[in-house]
Design a protein around this ligand. Sequence first.
Ligand code: F6P
Length: 328
Amino acid sequence: MSHTDLASFLRQHQINGQPAPSELISLIEEVAATCVTISGLVAGGALTGVLGSRGVENVQGEVQKELDVLSNDLLLNNLEASPQLSAMASEEMEEIYPAKTRGPYLLLFDPLDGSSNIDINVSIGTIFSVLKAPGGAPDTQAFLQAGKHQVAAGYTVYGPQTMLVLTLGAGVFGFTLNPADGLWVLTAETMQIPADTQEFAINMSNMRHWAPPVRAYIDDCLAGKDGPRGKDFNMRWIAAMVADVHRIMCRGGVFMYPWDKREPDKAGKLRLMYEANPMSFLVEQAGGKSIAASAGRMLDVTPTGLHQRVPVILGSRNEVEKIESYGV
Ligand code: F6P
């Protein structure tokens, strides 16, 4: 087994033949250290009093869970004095949160993804994205950069093991948390998503609300080897994007959260800046593909708002291209 921990990995890691910037290394280490603390809270469950809801709604109109708030506060408190940061933005806060200094980076996060899984002891995670701060006093506009400008992105999944999956734009690397010493140990090098798959992830209960091309694609998958695809498909849905994307990182598949008729004025359910963009950066770095449906490559989408929603289709490259061929 590898004994390379996150700190040694980051110091050896090369991006286009250059060492990773020391400020970026420090920032990743600070985020990862906070995720160790969140992992401890998650693992304690009812014993640490983190289950249940706060009874208030976040900016998305979703009722905040206790752990959503605690994780958000931990990230803010641990990182606000980071000399690497200029400001932060989170799913749980309407406005941006200026850091104490004017460091070189901006950090966006979904502190606890998959909230509906918290109280039932099913996998959840933290997603983060790092952008360069354009300089000057940080404002919302500074964050509205297309995903292709991210300098790092990652997620942690709090599952049977706690894992950190990370890219600095030169491949994707997975680390497993050793709970005995709190170290992240490199356990998956240059993760690659297989180009082909026979597995899709979508919330099938929304089928009657989908647009016709989504329905046509899923109908053809369900028809199995007697249908136009000529092969049987499997389905998985964990209801935490982190966990569904992690499975795709490990064995391939496609994840879809398309626009649907339930809320026709919203482009989709998932958020561009701290869900779709970081996941798309990781997926592309692992050889996969990610699109905002007919709007094309996710990482090229020009953001218009911090909490903007997008349709998301990502995963095994050839299957995402197949979905595109339906006119999704
Ligand atoms: O952030 C939203 C989220 O929890 C994702 O992690 C997940 O993929 C999705 O919502 C699940 O949505 P639904 O409950 O509609 O299946």
